[in-house]
Design a protein around this ligand. Structure first.
Ligand code: G1P
Length: 290
């Protein structure tokens, strides 16, 4: 079955970015020239996704506004003859079909995904956590890699990458049963284990292709780590009923979900942008001694 839909949860409190994220969802923080979430939307579209479902918190419309058209702004840019900016602004509202669902209570990532149940229906779908900005210059976007794996192996697929052992407690971590190239058969999955309890250094990194059966599982998933309904716990339970694979994707991942990670992502991505020379000169000129 084709994977046509993608769910992008964007309803968290953005605690790690407070107070910057008090009135603006953290997904709207800029990364070079676009809000963080736009990278995930563009990645999904370039992987062949036709419908994007963004889960937002009630009363927070900045994300909806961003993907809506803005005739006043477009007219103004047109009159000024600023064609390049006009194209960039128009492209956002023409990016694809985007639907929004509200999560009334912030009960966790699993609960946010469950909010998309009606819109996804009975078909496999992708999940992209926009905090994880993953670039694969010249190669297939990570979501595309997972969709291919889903189709080849007929099971849900989660994106994995090895992380520093000391950082495992920030992630969902898998206990691999068997590894064959990038494909990992999953024995177990734990959300945010203590470093000493982590079953491996293979972390779940913000991209999934899931069978719709996950919705039934999520409906009865109890609160887990941090008192939240965790997607990781539901995927672990799903793996007892249906095949679930891990896939060690190709691509560089930036953790734009933490302050330092976001700053690093901005620098790394700006160094690849059109203004790279000016930034490189600035960085070179910094006094980096302790
Ligand atoms: C979420 C998931 C976690 C995953 C991580 C990747 O955690 O719950 O399993 O490893 O994203 O970024 P969060 O970062 O929302 O705490």
């Amino acid at each position: 079955m084709r994977v046509r839909k993608a769910v992008l949860p964007a309803a968290g409190f953005g605690t790690r970015f407070l107070p910057a994220s008090k009135a603006i969802p953290k997904e709207m923080m800029p990364l070079v020239d676009r809000p963080i979430i736009q990278y995930a939307v563009e990645e999904a579209v370039s992987a062949g996704i036709e419908q994007i479902i963004i889960v937002i918190a009630s009363g927070r419309s900045a994300i909806e506004d961003h993907f809506d058209s803005d005739p006043g702004l477009e007219r103004w840019l047109e009159e000024r003859g600023d064609i390049e900016l006009l194209r960039a602004v128009r492209r956002i509202s023409e990016i694809g079909t985007i639907a929004f669902v509200h999560q009334k209570e912030q009960l966790g990532l699993g609960h946010a995904v469950l909010m998309a149940k009606e819109l996804v229906g009975d078909e496999p779908f992708a999940v992209l956590l926009s905090d994880d900005v993953i670039v694969n210059p010249g190669g297939r976007p990570v979501t595309g890699q997972l969709i291919e794996t889903y189709q080849a192996h007929r099971g849900s697929v989660i994106a994995l990458q090895r992380v520093d052992r000391r950082d495992v407690s920030r992630y969902g971590v898998v206990a691999p049963r068997h590894e064959e190239g990038p494909l990992v058969e999953i024995g177990d999955l734990v959300e945010k284990p203590a470093v000493e309890d982590a079953p491996s250094d293979l972390a779940v990194l913000g991209r999934y292709v899931l069978s719709p059966k996950i919705f039934d599982v999520l409906e009865s998933t109890p609160r887990g780590a941090g008192g939240e309904i965790q997607l990781t716990d539901a995927i672990r339970d799903l793996s007892h009923e249906q095949p679930v694979f891990g896939y060690q994707f190709s691509g560089v991942r930036h953790d734009a979900g933490t302050r330092i990670g976001w700053l690093q992502a901005n620098i790394a991505m700006a160094l690849e942008s059109d203004d790279a020379d000016e930034l490189r000169a600035f960085v070179r000129g910094l006094d980096l001694r302790d």
